[in-house]
Design a protein around this ligand. Structure first.
Ligand code: IPE
Ligand code: IPE
Ligand code: MG
Length: 238
C-alpha cells in the first residue's frame, strides 16, 4: 500500500457538461467523491491523503464559479468535520489562506484544532496552493531563520519549511480527468512519486477506480536511481 496518495481531482466541469448540468453541479458531486476517497483510505490503512481542491491559478475562473467553490468549501467544512473527527481523521488545509474570507479561515482553523490529535488518516486539502508558491514561501522562511547566513543551505533546511513538511513525500500521484500535467501541484515533493493518469472524471472516480490506481502502483519498481539488480540484492539481504 502507498503510504501517501496525492490526487488532482479534475474533470468536475466536464462531468456536469456531459449531463447538460451547470459546471458547479460537478463540484457538488466532486465533494461526494472526496467522502468516498477518504473512506477508501481509512479501509486500506493509507496514512496520508492529499487532495488538490483549488489551485492558485483557479482564481482566474469566472467569478460565479469561484464564489460557488468557496461556499462549497465552507459548507463541506461545516458538515463533514464532525464525522471526520469521529473517524480519527486529522484535517489540514495547505496553501496560502490569506485571500480567503475570515469566516472560511476561522472554520479551517477550528477544524484543524478539533482534529489535531487524530492519527488514523492525515487528510490534507490543498487550497489556493501552488507548488511554486510553496517553494518560495519555504525559501523565504528558511532565509529568515538565519539572515546573516549567505551560503551552505541544504535541501533538508528547505524541506522543513514546505507546507507539507509533516508528511512523507507522496508515493502515488493520481490525476483524474485525462490531462497529463502537474498544474503547479506539489513540485518539490513529487520528485520520486509514481504517476497515475486516468481519463475517468473525478465525479466518477469511485473506490473501484481507486483500487485500479493502487494496483498500478503496486506493479511499479521504485528504483530511486539504483538498478533493478541492486534492489533484488537489497531484498534478499534484508
Ligand atoms: C476540478 O474540476 C475542480 C477544480 C479545479 C476546482 P474542473 O472544474 O477543473 O473540471 P474540468 O477540468 O473543467 O472538467
Ligand atoms: C488543477 O485542475 C487544479 C485542481 C484540480 C484543483 P485545473 O482544471 O485547474 O488544471 P488545468 O487548468 O487544466 O491545468
Ligand atoms: Mg480542470
Amino acid at each position: 500500500m502507498p503510504r501517501h496518495v496525492a490526487i488532482i481531482m479534475d474533470g468536475n466541469g466536464r462531468w456536469a457538461k456531459k449531463r447538460f448540468m451547470p459546471r458547479v453541479a460537478g463540484h457538488v458531486k466532486g465533494v461526494e467523491m472526496v467522502r468516498e476517497a477518504v473512506r477508501a483510505c481509512l479501509e486500506r490503512n493509507i496514512q496520508y491523503l492529499t487532495l488538490f481542491a483549488f489551485s492558485s491559478e483557479n482564481w482566474r475562473r469566472p467569478q460565479d464559479e469561484v464564489s460557488f467553490l468557496m461556499q462549497l468549501f465552507v459548507k463541506a467544512l461545516e458538515q463533514e468535520v464532525e464525522k471526520l473527527d469521529r473517524n480519527g481523521v486529522r484535517l489540514r488545509v495547505v496553501g496560502d489562506l490569506s485571500p480567503f474570507e475570515p469566516r472560511l479561515r476561522d472554520l479551517i482553523r477550528a477544524a484543524e484544532e478539533k482534529t489535531a490529535a487524530n492519527t488514523r488518516l492525515d487528510l490534507s486539502i490543498a487550497a489556493n496552493y501552488g507548488g511554486r508558491w510553496d517553494i518560495m514561501q519555504a525559501v523565504n522562511r528558511m532565509l529568515a531563520t538565519s539572515p546573516e547566513k549567505r551560503e551552505g543551505w541544504s535541501e533538508a533546511d528547505l524541506e522543513t519549511h514546505l507546507a507539507m513538511s509533516f508528511a512523507p513525500e507522496p508515493d502515488l500521484f493520481i490525476r483524474t480527468g485525462g490531462e497529463e500535467r502537474i498544474s503547479n501541484f506539489l513540485l518539490w515533493q513529487l520528485a520520486y512519486t509514481e504517476f497515475y493518469f486516468t481519463p475517468t472524471l473525478w465525479p466518477d472516480f469511485d473506490t473501484a477506480e481507486f483500487d485500479l490506481a493502487i494496483a498500478s502502483y503496486q506493479q511499479r519498481e521504485r528504483r530511486f536511481g539504483r538498478t533493478s539488480g541492486q534492489l533484488a540484492g537489497d531484498a534478499s539481504s534484508a
